[in-house]
Design a protein around this ligand. Structure first.
Ligand code: EZ4
Ligand code: CO
Length: 409
């Protein structure tokens, strides 16, 4: 059996997705997610120009060798575009191998360590009443852990807050990439945010009690001492985690945060190799690792990150916004159900249009996701339907401070 063809498929059923489909000479088909929000076509081009020609004729069973060939073999290493492309190849090859074995993919990763992967959903609202409605709606859907984001007084648009909570027929969640030719610009003021957030968590705990696991994403916006203050001020509300408190290029910053707070820290949705985590894990500066399969070199590479993390009792908390396709989410679930140090999985439901294109076989049961029981990843791409949704330029927002300075978004 050899790789006969590999197709780079771009579709936009509400948002853009890039999928790699590998077909073998025996007619076995594997899928991998290569979606990089706001930079989709760069990964599509990396794959079609430079990777697909190398795949044709290779033995699809040689996953490790192919991974090393694409990582070491190109000389230029790491980075989100390269690692998303490698991830797509790796995931598609695991899908093929599991289909050839006639087993759901998690069986090849060691089998089940649990019955389902606990997920957290995204509740948001500009004001507390809308936030409470959103939390209640999530609880009614069965969610057992919830991320909380709200507006900040004086600001028109803030990361993580759905703009139209009651828009008819639309799901109540947050989609940051806008289909505009230029990125929209948002405004930010860290002091206003730091004054507001603890009161929000106090109100939520008062309304919903002490037991519900609550999460929050600071989205890379704080300086180290500000992050330390936020973690400290949220301690009474017992967060499951506080996410991306600082931009993580300066990893020493997390040591300063850690010295001041016992609020658990999650980081890494923009990391793409184990090297990005080496210092943070070894020095025990974080509690959850956030990379998705899609951006961190696939199942092969993410498994190694989690195994390294396990030595330090650091757990998984895989990134799962709607910009990870159902293929990327399915891959995370097969890994998550097998890993010993699984922590939690982020889950924003995809739109009905997206699910119609990808037909994912996983199921949401009692606040957890269960991977498909069919051979492989359990996702089927409907190419004819996908072609009805051509690519549309869409970008994440750019953030500015009130004086106009560009800030981390
Ligand atoms: O902003 O995936 O925790 N989730 C997040 C996401 C990211 C988007 C960027 O593409 O931070 O909402
Ligand atoms: Co995040």
């Amino acid at each position: 059996m050899r790789i006969e063809s590999a197709d780079v498929l771009v579709t936009s059923p509400g948002r853009n997705f890039v999928t790699l489909r590998i077909t073998t000479t025996d007619g076995v088909v594997g899928l991998g997610d290569a979606t990089l929000n706001g930079r989709e076509l760069s990964v599509a081009s990396y794959l079609s120009e430079h990777v697909v020609p190398l795949l044709i004729g290779r033995d699809p069973h040689r996953i490790e060798d192919t991974w090393q060939y694409l990582y070491r073999g190109v000389y230029w290493r790491r980075g989100p575009v390269t690692m998303a492309a490698i991830a797509a190849v790796d995931t598609a090859l695991w899908d093929i191998k599991a289909k050839v074995c006639g087993l759901p993919l998690y069986q090849l990763l060691g089998g089940k360590s649990r019955e389902s992967c606990l997920v957290y959903g995204h509740a948001s609202g500009w004001e507390l009443p809308e936030l409470f409605d959103s939390i209640r709606a999530h609880l009614e859907q069965g969610y057992r852990a919830i991320r909380i984001q709200t507006g900040v007084p004086g600001f028109a648009s803030v990361y993580g807050v759905a703009s139209s909570p009651t828009a008819q027929g639309e799901r109540y969640d947050y989609e940051p990439a806008r289909r505009t030719a230029l990125p929209v610009e948002e405004m930010w003021d860290t002091r206003a945010y730091l004054r507001h957030v603890p009161a929000v968590f106090e109100a939520v705990r008062h309304e919903f009690g002490p037991a519900l696991p609550l999460l929050h994403d600071a989205h890379h916006r704080l300086r180290p001492i500000e992050a330390a203050r936020l973690g400290k001020s949220l301690e009474p509300y017992d967060l499951f985690w506080l996410e991306d408190v600082t931009p993580a290029e300066n990893q020493e910053a997390l040591r300063l945060v850690r010295q001041h707070t016992t609020t658990p820290l999650a980081i890494g949705e923009v990391f793409n190799t184990v090297w990005d985590y080496q210092y943070l894990i070894r020095e025990q500066l974080i509690d959850y690792v956030r990379s998705p399969v899609t951006h961190a070199g696939g199942i092969t590479a993410l498994r190694r990150i989690f195994d390294y993390a396990a030595m330090y009792q650091v757990r998984s908390g895989v990134h799962g916004p709607t910009d990870i396709s159902p293929v990327g989410l399915a891959a995370a679930l097969h890994l998550g159900i097998a890993l010993h140090n699984f922590g939690i999985q982020e889950y924003m439901r995809h739109s009905a249009e997206t699910e119609a294109v990808f037909r994912p076989g996983y199921s949401f049961v009692d606040g957890g996701l269960v991977p498909a029981q069919t051979p492989g990843l359990g996702v089927e791409y409907d190419e004819a339907l996908a072609k009805q949704y051509p690519y549309q330029a869409a970008y994440l927002p750019v953030n500015r401070l009130t004086d106009g300075t560009v800030h981390d978004w």
